[in-house]
Design a protein around this ligand. Structure first.
Ligand SMILES: C[S@@+](CC[C@H](N)C(=O)[O-])C[C@H]1O[C@@H](n2cnc3c(N)ncnc32)[C@H](O)[C@@H]1O
Length: 205
């Protein structure tokens, strides 16, 4: 899809993020009835009370995440699979993107959507109940979290390689978290956003 006009007008879209948006068609990640809205700059329903995120928000998050070719990336809340595919384009065949999704049906449909792109270095799996991310497959160079946390989940910070970056909305603020290994992470704030909640996925809830 084209980069949304509101983003283009501020002139700040990094060319690699722009290329990823051009290569990966948002429409192909949407349920049939939503496809006609694909060019609109707003979140769109994908079922189970979840959304495919607003394009401007995704552009901003990917720009903050500063993904480089060859990196290993974790996509928490892969939903429709769109962000996993965009990340797959950014890391290229030398990299790896692992999506993880709490709603099992979305993990399945997201993986199906993703498979149309022949990026065998990308995959999506269901989240393990009560576990954030994929600790057994860490460390990651980058972590994208597309759901809102109440507080910074340290389990996810621990899955970053030292020097690695995570972009995550926490209490409506977009945070960039840089791991400093054993030292506390460096955290910076980058504007206010609305998101669906990051759920711990405890089977007893
Ligand atoms: C905004 S939506 C999906 C955005 C997605 N990146 C896309 O492009 O379609 C956020 C997703 O996070 C999922 N989610 C919430 N808590 C989660 C958790 N703890 N682990 C994995 N996924 C989670 C929700 O089920 C939802 O599908």
């Amino acid at each position: 899809m084209p980069v949304p006009p509101r983003v283009r007008s501020v002139g700040g879209v990094e060319p690699r993020v722009r290329d990823a948006f051009a290569a990966i068609d948002r429409r192909s990640f949407l349920p049939g009835p939503q496809r006609r809205f694909a060019d609109q700059d707003r979140p769109l329903g994908i079922g189970f009370g979840q959304t495919n995120s607003q394009p401007t928000t995704v552009v901003n998050m990917l720009t903050l995440l500063d993904v480089q070719p060859g990196q290993r990336v974790l996509d928490v809340g892969s939903g429709s699979g769109w962000t996993t595919a965009l990340l797959g384009h950014l890391v290229g065949p030398e990299g790896e993107v692992l999506g993880v999704e709490l709603v099992a049906e979305l993990a399945r449909s997201g993986a199906r959507n993703l498979s149309a792109y022949d990026m065998e270095w990308t995959s999506i799996r269901p989240a393990e109940p009560g576990v954030y991310g994929l600790p057994e497959l860490a460390p990651f160079d980058r972590i994208l979290v597309s759901a809102m946390a109440d507080e910074l989940p340290l389990e996810l910070v621990d899955q970053l390689r030292p020097g690695g970056l995570m972009v995550i909305p926490v209490r409506s603020r977009m945070l960039v978290v840089r791991s400093r290994g054993e030292d506390p992470p460096e955290v910076t704030e980058h504007g206010r956003y609305a998101f669906v909640p990051l759920v711990a996925g405890d089977p007893d809830r």
